[in-house]
Design a protein around this ligand. Structure first.
Ligand SMILES: *Cc1c(COP(=O)(O)O)cnc(C)c1O
Length: 508
């Protein structure tokens, strides 16, 4: 068992006292004054702040203790297993963080003269080519800031292609399987397409016959995750590609589940025309809590002309930014995207090498299947879409029987796991599985950690039968217990800044 620290930690504004300082360095202003004269004259009058900002004033130890205490009431990727499904919450090697924070890389300004940023341009140029190689696509653009942003770019590219062919009015539909992530239909809708859902078949793959009936001359494209969100490889992918291409549509690859394919199979070879990569899921850069991420998009030769500008170009001697792309859809993100995230991916790929990436894919599949097999014996849990075949990097388990038998749902199981010092898996996704627990152990955990996770789940299910009340009221050992799920994700009820807090105090 596990007990999380539970400090009564106030917000930082309530700590410290007036005039207290966290350092004993000379006044920065004195230094500047000596170097450049009167600082007040440096800034135009209308740009000067007349009032000092209302900042907390604390000593160094107060600041350190405040944030250490807060971190003790939190759970992170460095605390233990983080089995969120389809999210690939893998270990983030510290060397990535170290190299990406080198001042020579992260103090570079996007408006610097090209001749002074040859190094970073080379890194971006190479990363585009490596990602092209890994995904089997002709050209990659690094700009999108997340997977969902990559999807949006992808659907805009579909649109650009239709426009060039004069087919905008004719091809208005994008097909999405019912196991898809919610961002797929959202992206298609944002680009102006009508979303057509196709069901999954009994084996968890897309229903090929159903696909054939909805594919038509109205189809702009199909968005597909492979392996899909149930963790199953779409075995009919070549046939699927044929169906879509024969009606004149494009095939879009949602790359959230690329981890188990690294060095093994390439979406481009399967017939995908547009591919996004969730850099923060597959290439060892941190994520969670909303970012920052990166969602590069790779495309076929025909679609490369539409990619956003500027493209990083290389003439054999110098790297430069190329804006001369008359068919480009324009910009979807400032400069080259989230470069610090891309840098981490570059370091990750460089340090792993091709063989290392392949091994990561293999171990991620091994770990997911190990967990799946072990959980197969747990009373109350079942494996949906089971045709005896292995899963790829994740498995989706159903707690439907458990709920029917005991009243303990997937949500309750997830909450109880927190008492074991574990992060919960994804729950209630994909939507096609009742009481879904979607588990992705990734390649980064030892067998002992996986066993600990399986044991915690087994004990939780056992407890559901013997002492359901204890599971229904979990978690018991965390800093905060049950949160109001709706309120917690509703921006209108959240107090996001000290200023908002003061306003609230004033009005209440
Ligand atoms: C995470 C995820 C996305 C969206 O990616 P973000 O980087 O979070 O925007 C899309 N599809 C699937 C299957 C995912 O798991």
């Amino acid at each position: 068992m596990y007990r999380q620290a539970a400090w009564d930690e106030p917000v930082i504004f309530k700590l410290g006292s007036k005039g207290r300082r966290g350092h004993s360095l000379p006044e920065a202003e004195d230094e500047v004054r000596r170097a450049v004269g009167n600082v007040d004259k440096l800034l135009p009058e209308n740009m000067r702040r007349m009032q000092k900002p209302n900042l907390p004033e604390l000593s160094e130890v107060e600041v350190t203790r405040h944030f250490i205490r807060l971190s003790e009431m939190n759970y992170g990727i460095d605390s233990g297993l983080y089995p969120l499904g389809s999210c690939t919450m893998k270990y983030n090697p510290k060397i990535n963080e170290f190299l990406a924070s080198l001042p020579t890389l992260n103090l570079v300004h996007p408006y610097q003269d090209e001749s002074t940023v040859q190094g970073i341009l080379e890194i971006l140029y190479k990363l585009e080519r490596w990602l092209g190689e890994i995904t089997g696509t002709f050209e990659v653009c690094l700009h999108p800031a997340a997977g969902a942003h990559g999807e949006f770019l992808g659907t805009l590219l579909m649109h650009a292609c239709l426009k060039q062919n004069g087919e905008c009015d004719k091809r208005t539909e994008v097909i999405v399987p019912d196991s898809a992530h919610g961002t797929n239909p959202a992206s298609a809708a944002m680009a102006g397409f009508k979303v057509i859902f196709v069901p999954s078949a009994a084996d968890g793959c897309i229903d090929l016959e159903a696909l054939k009936t909805v594919a038509s001359e109205k189809t702009a494209g199909l968005m597909l995750t492979n392996p899909n969100t149930v963790g199953i490889f779409e075995k009919d992918i070549e046939e699927i590609a044929k169906v879509i291409h024969e009606v004149g549509g494009l095939l879009y690859y949602d790359g959230a589940n690329l981890n188990p394919l690294l060095g093994k199979a390439r979406p481009g070879d399967m017939g995908f025309d547009i591919v996004h990569i969730n850099i923060h899921k597959t290439f060892g850069t941190p994520h969670g809590g909303g970012g920052p991420g990166a969602g590069p998009v790779g495309v076929s030769r025909e679609l490369a002309q539409f990619l956003p500008v500027p493209r990083v170009a290389f003439d054999g001697k110098r790297y430069r930014l190329d804006y001369d792309k008359p068919h480009s859809i324009g910009k979807i993100r400032s400069f080259q995207g989230n470069v610090a995230v891309l840098l981490r991916a570059y370091v990750y790929m460089l340090s792993m090498g091709f063989e290392g990436l392949k091994e990561a894919a293999e171990v991620s599949v091994l770990n997911a299947n190990y967990v799946m097999k072990k959980l197969g014996n747990v009373k109350g849990l079942t494996l949906p879409y089971d045709s005896g075949k292995p899963r790829k990097h994740e498995c989706v388990i159903s707690a439907k029987t458990l709920k029917e038998d005991t009243g303990v749902s997937a949500l309750h199981v997830a909450k109880r796991l927190l008492d074991f010092g574990l992060h919960a898996p994804t729950i209630y996704f994909p939507l096609i599985v009742d009481e879904a627990l979607m588990i992705e152990p990734t390649e980064t955990f030892e067998k002992e950690e996986l066993d600990r996770f399986v044991e915690a789940l087994r004990r939780t299910c056992e407890e559901a039968y013997t002492n359901p009340q204890n599971v229904l009221t979990a978690p018991h050992n965390t800093a905060v217990s049950r949160l109001d799920e709706v309120k917690a994700s509703h921006p209108r009820t959240m107090t996001l800044s000290w200023r908002m807090h003061l306003k609230k105090e004033e009005t209440s």
